[in-house]
Structure formats: structure tokens, C-alpha cells
Design a protein around this ligand. Structure first.
Ligand code: ATP
Length: 209
């Protein structure tokens, strides 16, 4: 079973890393693949370049076998549509179960994603609760949750796609926005992200105001 966690990672922080590790443990898989996007279709252009964000991800993971990087979207021109990435993964993996991990905030906005209805056909969704966000309670997504939600991660192994499972993760109210704002204001974001990532940011003077 494969699980990817897509994101902008501008920059990567403990709110990505700790939940990703907890998902890896909950699903009992070898590793979770962090999948940085090149051009996020639904939001402003990232502050750091694809190369800078990738360098920071590498610094963050260093020696952690339970987390890996899948840089394919960085190599693809144009908007990074998750549905296209999932189609490529599906072609590579055949009928193997495929999971997309998402914070609850990202899940709640899924209806704005390109061809979102194709996503449940391609993968399972693994939802990570995030401070300040809740299950969508109306619209097409809420109806889909009702019929696709399963209680336990092991159920995902029984089919290639189509289920939704919530994985409890440590609640860390950290965001890249907060870290960028601190750096731009000349204040320290230490203890919100790995020291190795902060060291690289400081060395290169990235995100400075
Ligand atoms: P920004 O503040 O720039 O919007 P972000 O901190 O939300 O960024 P992203 O790279 O957009 O980070 O997030 C990638 C994925 O990780 C999304 O699915 C998001 O919901 C999830 N995520 C980010 N931060 C957390 C957190 N603190 N707890 C749980 N999930 C998170």
C-alpha cells in the first residue's frame, strides 16, 4: 500500500512531519511519500522556488526512513493537478491500494480541485484532523463521507481506492503561513520546524522580509 501527502511545503514544518509519521504508523506501511507541488492550482504562487522547497524537505527528512520525497510534480510544467499525479501513480502501481493523506482543511476544500470526482476512483483518502477544522457537514463531500467512511485503516488494504478514513494525529497548530510571517518580521520560528530546515533558511536568507 502506498500513501502520499501532497502540499506546498513552503516551508515544511512539524505540522507536516509529525502527522505524516503518525499516518505511516497507523497504516502500518513502510513510508509516507511527501509530494511537493510545483504550481499549486488553488492558491497563490509559493514564496520559495521548487528547488528551495525541495532542499528544505531534504534537510527535514535527513535520516528518517519512514518518510520519503516524491518530487515528480516539481518536474512537471504547468499546474500540479493531484488527479494527474494519482493517475500516474495508479499506472505504476496497478491494483495496489493507493492513499492520499490530507489535512482536514484541505479535505474540506476538495470540491474546488480539478476533476475532484475522479479522486475517489483513484485512491483512498486518509484524513488528518487539524486544529480549527472539522468534517464538512454539507454539499457533495459530506454525502461522500457518509457513504465511504470506514473505521479502521486496515480496511484500506482490501481494495485499491474509494474509502475515507480518519487517522488521529497530534494536534499541532503550526502553518507555513505563520512561519513565513515570523521570518518576514525578523522573528524566530524556532521549535515550529526542524532546526536543520531553519538553519538552511537562515544561511540562504530565504523568506526574509
Ligand atoms: P500554508 O500556511 O502556506 O497554507 P500549510 O501549513 O497549510 O501551508 P501545506 O503545505 O499547504 O501547509 O499543507 C500540506 C498538507 O499538510 C495539507 O493536506 C494540509 O492540510 C496538511 N497540514 C499542514 N499543516 C498541518 C498541521 N499543522 N496539522 C495537520 N495537517 C497539516
Amino acid at each position: 500500500m502506498l500513501c502520499v501527502l501532497g502540499g506546498t511545503f513552503d516551508p515544511v514544518h512539524f505540522g507536516h512531519l509529525r502527522p505524516a509519521l503518525e499516518v505511516q504508523q497507523a497504516l502500518d506501511i513502510e513510508c509516507v511519500h511527501l509530494l511537493p507541488c510545483r504550481v499549486p492550482p488553488h492558491r497563490a504562487v509559493p514564496v520559495a522556488s521548487p528547488e528551495q522547497r525541495l532542499a528544505l524537505l531534504r534537510a527535514a527528512l535527513d535520516d528518517e526512513p519512514a518518510l520519503a520525497i516524491d518530487a515528480r510534480e516539481l518536474q512537471r510544467e504547468g499546474p500540479s493537478y493531484m488527479v494527474e499525479t494519482l493517475e500516474a501513480l495508479r499506472r505504476e502501481r496497478g491494483d495496489q491500494p493507493l492513499c492520499l493523506a490530507l489535512g482536514m482543511d484541505a479535505f474540506a476544500g476538495l470540491e474546488s480541485w480539478h476533476r475532484w470526482q475522479d479522486i475517489p476512483v483513484l485512491c483512498h483518502l486518509v484524513i488528518m484532523q487539524r486544529p480549527g477544522s472539522a468534517w464538512p457537514d454539507r454539499g457533495a463531500i459530506a454525502g461522500w463521507v457518509e457513504q465511504a467512511r470506514v473505521d479502521a485503516p486496515h480496511i484500506l488494504r482490501s481494495r485499491p481506492a474509494g474509502c475515507i478514513v480518519a487517522v488521529p494525529v497530534t494536534q499541532l497548530a503550526v502553518s507555513s503561513t505563520q512561519i513565513r510571517a515570523l521570518l518576514a518580521a525578523g522573528r524566530s520560528p524556532r521549535y515550529l520546524l526542524p532546526d536543520a530546515v531553519l538553519e538552511r533558511i537562515r544561511q540562504e536568507n530565504w523568506y526574509a522580509g
